[in-house]
Write a protein that binds this ligand. Structure first.
Ligand code: PMP
Length: 829
């Protein structure tokens, strides 16, 4: 390679003139391709056949590649190439999806909105070169980007090959087939750009003109894009490839040489440029380059490219000068192999794409990095960008002003219209306010400055939301939120008081962040209650099972993820989803017959899991508001399916498991002798059982909930909990409660008996009553449930208006409370 030694040279104002440039640049090539483009525009398909013969040495049978040829190419594709293309496609799809811009709605002034919409182009033409090498990777770069943008119609053009009977290269065809592209034309070079820009008809086939052509090519392709710009858009002038390597003395000479060679391999006209301040590196490169070139398959092409006027080693005094050289050169690809390469890269503003450090060679970007390889060349990177999804989108602004908003800006509009000598413009505003005196623009501005209101950054998704919801009304009989109607026993109260007193002496300290002692006692309780032994690392506690569940979504939900439940269900689940930005999916809904109460339908639920791929599902058992409990057999079926219904791993596409949250808030009220879902924990690392002291323990005011799960899940949840989330007082009081679990549970039998009695009574009154394993009953249907609910409140009984239309939910109270409820209900009806 020749050396351009800029040491000791003061850089001229036109530094470009000192840098290596090809013999034929795009401007020179434009003169050559203009008549070709004209010929295609005038003679259409006939010209395309002739030009194929002239430039590609073959006359295709038809310009459109028959669909069978695409299918056949895919069948014949080497499995290793197919897998490699899949990797390239997957990575490109991930990186390009991240480029999709968000639409915006901006309220410029109150009532005056400007929307920014992004609309995919209707039809695009994608060029895939194929002269000296085969470029299935260019199919990926063009097609994936256009598909991610949402383009509906696309045609791919690639040169006909005499070796393949006038079809484009079979690997290019196979890549098209893999991506579902079925419109491919065997047309190459400048004529392909013209063919897509103007459209043509060949027998039955009509190739409609496209809105934009994109894709890489040689200098003639780039020149043709410049020519057709009058009739369609182009991405950038992505012509003969270039690499510039910016290196200092820390660069590895073998890496530098290999990378210069790799781009030279594309084309004898390719440009490989090394820019460095290290004469040692120059010597090293010159020393090893010839033998490395010699070892290449395409050594002649490479040697020609490296020896050409477009390639050189540029030696500068300092690294700063070297940086100025590459900025001025504006290369298609820029590699930075220096100390602090990342830091240096932040100062680069003109490259098509930048490759940082020793392990990001340009061929990585050519194929599998996920970035796009269709990049501006010939210095056009100063003002144009590499291919990306926005190039297949148009932004469209939509203006929506209300009457008052227009009135507010009308004075400014009218003043500008008059200043431009276009009073009819102003009249178009004035006519809408006939008979009103609009203030002058100066008055209006003064007024609006003093009226500027402070706007709070409200989240739109909270705008219609009311805070959680069970009405709190001070009445004698409160059967509305499924509390235990009995006060804690006197000895429990004493223990709690004692424990809290002792905790108070240490209140100057934070509590145990991990609440280990409390979790240990919860483990013992679970053993006693459900016969399931668990180690402390499988237990986690928080302020109510509410907090447990929101922590689970903080850890496993979030943007781009879904959480699923089956209707009807506990209303807080939706709020956890909203608050963690997890998409909420509620499957199912009311049926036609109001006397038929919904049952948990595992088939419907499983189908939804398969369809939605939720990260988390909530399965309350017993369910609130129905009281229905789900058998362990059904749970096992769900858990089996859940092993693979979670979100897919982004890179590999492998399915993860769905976390099944079995909400056993009311488990202690289940029929005696029934198993708890806790028994399924050992075989199912994706099962979480949540429980609470709020219900059976008569400690709703304490706010203590817990979960039993695999240690991995507990560990993950620990990452998102606030430090010291469980106060010292809560931990002390909860431990005192747990010491009396035995006596506390004695009331449960009484509550169950009361529940069954109340259920029978309600049925005798003609109500449908959901079979309940819980401490509440759902009954109905009532034609005017709200009226009945209000009448009850007036008689001093508060129950809950939830669940299917026409139904009410009553918490089982003390025997006396239940009797008052029965009397009140009779009257309320
Ligand atoms: N799950 C269900 C099904 C519930 O009904 C409730 C309370 N009503 C909870 C969880 C939350 O209970 P806590 O936060 O009090 O533990």
């Amino acid at each position: 390679m020749r050396i351009i030694d800029l040491r000791g040279t003061a850089f001229p104002s036109d530094l470009q003139s000192l840098l290596p440039r090809p013999k034929i640049d795009t401007t020179a090539a434009t003169a050559i391709v203009t008549p070709l483009v004209e010929e295609v525009r005038e003679r259409g398909a006939a010209a395309l056949y002739d030009l194929a013969e002239r430039f590609d040495g073959v006359r295709p049978h038809s310009l459109r590649v028959p669909p069978e040829a695409l299918g056949q190419a895919l069948l014949n594709l080497d499995p290793a190439v197919r897998r490699a293309l899949e990797v390239a496609i997957e990575n490109a799809r991930i990186a390009h999806t991240a480029q999709l811009p968000e639409p915006a709605a901006t309220e410029v002034i109150p009532g005056g909105i400007v929307y920014q919409r992004w609309v995919p182009l209707g039809r695009v033409g994608l060029y895939v070169p194929g002269g000296l090498a085969v470029y299935p990777s260019s199919v990926v770069m063009n097609v994936v980007t256009a598909q991610v943008a949402g383009v509906k119609s696309m045609v791919v053009a690639s040169p006909p090959q005499s070796r393949f009977g006038g079809l484009p290269h079979p690997t290019v065809l196979a890549a098209c087939a893999m991506l579902g592209v079925d419109e491919v034309i065997a047309v190459g070079g400048a004529q392909a750009i013209a063919a897509m820009a103007y459209g043509f008809t060949d027998g039955e086939y009509r190739c409609r003109a496209v809105d934009k052509v994109t894709g890489p090519g040689n200098v003639y392709v780039a020149a043709a894009k410049r020519v057709v710009q009058a009739v369609c858009g182009i991405d950038s002038e992505a012509g003969t490839t270039e690499i510039a390597v910016l290196a200092d003395e820390t660069a590895q000479p073998e890496f530098v040489c290999a990378d210069l060679i790799s781009q030279a391999e594309h084309d004898p006209a390719a440009a490989s440029v090394l820019v460095t301040n290290s004469s040692t590196l120059v010597d090293q490169v010159q020393g090893i380059l010839p033998s490395m070139v010699d070892a290449c398959v395409e050594k002649e092409r490479i040697a020609t490219a490296l020896a050409g006027p477009q390639s050189a080693v540029v030696l500068t005094e300092t690294l700063e000068d070297a940086l100025e050289v590459v900025e001025s050169y504006a290369p298609e690809h820029l590699e930075i192999q220096t100390q602090n390469a990342l830091e240096l890269s932040e100062r680069i503003t003109t490259a098509g794409a930048v490759f940082i450090g020793d392990f990001s060679p340009v061929p990585l970007g050519d194929y599998v990095a996920g970035s796009n390889h269709v990049l501006p060349t010939g210095g056009t990177a100063r003002y144009s960008a590499g291919l990306n999804v926005t190039q297949y989108l148009r932004s469209m602004q939509v203006v929506d002003y209300s009457r008052s908003a227009l009135r507010q800006v009308a004075p400014a509009l009218i003043a500008l219209a008059e200043a431009e000598g276009l009073p009819a413009h102003g009249q178009a505003a004035q006519v809408r306010f006939q008979g009103e005196v609009l203030p002058s623009v100066l008055e209006e501005v003064e007024g609006s400055v003093s009226n500027v209101a402070v706007r709070l950054p409200f989240r739109p998704e909270l705008s219609e939301v009311e805070p959680y919801g069970a009405p709190m009304i001070d009445v004698p009989v409160r059967l509305n939120v499924n509390e235990n109607p009995f006060q804690p026993n006197p000895e429990v109260i004493d223990s709690i008081a004692e424990a809290v007193r002792s905790a108070a002496t240490e209140l100057n300290r934070y509590a145990d962040r991990d609440a280990v002692d409390l979790r240990q006692e919860l483990a013992s309780y679970v053993h006693a209650e459900a016969g399931v032994q668990v180690a402390v690392d499988r237990v986690w506690a928080a302020n109510g099972s509410n907090e447990i569940m929101i922590q689970l979504l903080q850890a496993f939900g979030g943007p781009g993820r879904r959480v699923l439940a089956l209707w009807p269900t506990y209303s807080m689940y939706e709020e956890y989803a909203r608050d963690t930005n997890t998409a909420w999916v509620l499957e199912g809904g009311p049926g036609a017959n109001p006397r038929e109460l919904p049952r948990f339908d595992s088939e419907v639920f499983i189908a939804a899991m398969r369809r939605e791929r939720p990260a988390v599902v909530f399965v309350p058992s017993p369910n609130n508001p129905t009281g229905e409990s789900i058998s362990n057999q059904t749970l096992e079926t769900i858990l089996e399916v859940a092993k693979t219904t979670g979100p897919r791993v982004a890179r590999t596409g492998q399915p993860t498991a769905t976390i099944v949250v079995l909400d056993e808030a009311y488990a202690e009220f289940r029929a005696e002798g029934t198993a708890s879902g806790l028994e399924l924990l050992d075989d199912h690392p994706h099962l979480v059982v949540t429980r609470t002291l709020s219900k059976a323990f008569a400690a709703a005011g304490l706010r203590l909930g817990y979960m039993i799960a695999s240690p991995e899940i507990v560990h993950e949840v620990q990452k998102v909990r606030l430090p010291y989330h469980l106060s010292l007082v809560t931990q002390a009081a909860a431990r005192a409660c747990l010491q009396h679990a035995g006596t506390q549970m004695e009331q449960i039998a009484l509550i169950r008996a009361e529940r069954d009695e109340l259920a029978s009574w309600l049925e005798e009154q003609g109500f449908v009553v959901a079979p309940s394993s819980s401490n509440f009953l759902l009954f109905g249907p009532l034609s005017k449930r709200h009226e009945v609910w209000r009448n009850l409140v007036e008689s001093g009984v508060l129950i809950r208006e939830v669940g299917p239309e026409g139904y009410l939910r009553v918490t089982v109270g003390t025997p006396t409370e239940n009797e008052i409820f029965r009397q009140a209900l009779k009257e309320a009806l």
